[in-house]
Design a protein around this ligand. Structure first.
Ligand SMILES: Cc1cc2nc3c(=O)[nH]c(=O)nc-3n(C[C@H](O)[C@H](O)[C@H](O)COP(=O)(O)O)c2cc1C
Length: 384
């Protein structure tokens, strides 16, 4: 029986072979934004592992928009060719390469997570990683001890809109077939959306329309720069989970405005305005805890939605699709745990003969796995 998870999805002129997605997973392992072998292995193994859509980590459209010194970038033409090598590989495995474009805003010039997630310090300075000037909606740092950003003026905003459009054109040249604008997790565009971080009183602040203005300008510019035949995704933090913050009602209004601009998929995450999104405990964690956001966006706007967040099991993913909660299911840390998750999930959801199950694998692995399965069947459960 065909499953929903392994049914294709067509968005504009692009057909994604199945609904299992790897979401953006920052590796903080680039030098001057240039992709290297780490990124090839990191993304390539997910394409080998059967995922239909493989997102790059967030790629900074401007040098000053990086979170850390290790972020990927697309602020120059030199960034294109190393990414193209990776998208070519992903496509050869039958998967669709996608990219997330972003700007960190006041969450820039930071340590890598495993170094402490704080402002850059002596350990980073010792290896030549100096701080840089950062920007945000207002001149308020993310926390005590962090660099104070400069409040963006109209010229600064226009330069970033242009940076996203140029980034989108370079992403296409690098072979990506889907693009996502990062409006979540407390980074620059989210800093303009949330009333907790945007207290401006000009056209780019104030009421909801003012706070949405800059993110919508960016989304419109990316849509215009991206081929008509290919989809645009936007990742949102559906709620801030903090008093006085961004709410689900705001997300619905934002999604409706995005729909008018020609956005195809809303990728529904949450949190991050006050610190780390993935590490936060502000929004209570449970398996699939962000599915209700994806469901509501989909139901209320008619847009496609992508769900993410503690979706672990194949049946959990399949049920979310069957219940109409989302159109695409992103598997993040569980994919790092098992890069072959999608191949495994297909075997679970579409059990058939051993031959059928392994026929979906790349032959370099599948041929051997099928023979091994027959031996294990005959031997009984393995010891240990
Ligand atoms: C190592 C790591 C890096 C991440 N990098 C990004 C990123 O670049 N952009 C983004 O929007 N989210 C990022 N996230 C969040 C994930 O895309 C995902 O939303 C989150 O891990 C929750 O899904 P999961 O429970 O399936 O892991 C990152 C998460 C992890 C664990």
């Amino acid at each position: 029986m065909p499953s929903l998870l392994f049914s294709p999805l067509t968005l504009r002129g692009l057909t994604i072979p199945n609904r299992a997605v790897v979401p953006p997973l920052c590796q903080y392992s680039a030098v001057e934004g240039i992709a290297n072998d780490w990124h090839m292995v990191q993304l390539g193994r997910f394409a080998v592992g059967g995922f239909g859509l493989v997102f790059s980590e967030v790629v900074s459209v401007l040098r000053e928009g990086r979170i850390t010194h290790g972020d990927l970038g697309l602020w120059s033409d030199d960034h294109v060719a190393p990414l193209k090598r990776i998208t070519d590989f992903i496509r050869r495995q039958g998967a669709v390469p996608a990219i997330q474009l972003g700007h960190a805003g006041r969450k820039g010039s930071m340590q890598r997570p495993w170094e402490g997630n704080g402002p850059l310090g002596p350990d980073q300075f010792a290896r030549g990683e100096s701080p840089w000037d950062i920007v945000s909606a207002v001149g308020k740092p993310i926390g005590e001890g962090f660099i104070t950003p400069a409040a963006l003026d109209a010229a600064g905003i226009a330069a970033i809109v242009d940076g996203f459009a140029t980034g989108a054109r370079r992403a296409r040249a690098a072979g990506f077939d889907a693009v996502e604008v990062h409006c979540a997790h407390g980074y620059l565009l989210h800093q303009f959306l949330s009333p907790l971080s945007n207290t401006r009183n000009d056209a780019y602040g104030g009421d909801l329309a003012g706070r949405m203005r800059f993110p919508l300008e960016v989304i419109g510019a990316v849509r215009a720069a991206w081929p008509e035949t290919l989809p645009v995704f936007v990742r949102i933090s559906a709620v801030d989970g903090m008093d006085g913050g961004w709410t689900m009602e705001d997300s619905l209004a934002f999604a409706a405005a995005m729909k008018r601009l020609g956005v195809d998929v809303v990728d529904c995450s949450s949190g991050g305005i006050g610190g780390s999104a993935t590490g936060s405990k502000r929004i209570p964690r449970g398996y699939g805890f962000q599915l209700p956001y994806a469901e509501e966006i989909r139901r209320e706007t008619g847009l496609c939605s992508m769900a993410v967040g503690l979706i672990i099991g194949p049946h959990q993913a399949e049920a979310a699709l069957a219940d109409g909660e989302a159109d695409l299911i992103a598997i993040g840390r569980e994919a790092m745990n098992n890069p072959n998750w999608a191949l495994m999930a297909r075997g679970v959801l579409e059990p058939g003969s051993t031959e059928d199950v392994f026929a979906c694998w790349p032959p370099q692995h599948g041929w051997w796995m099928e023979k091994r399965a027959a031996v294990i069947d005959a031997l009984g459960p393995p010891p240990g």
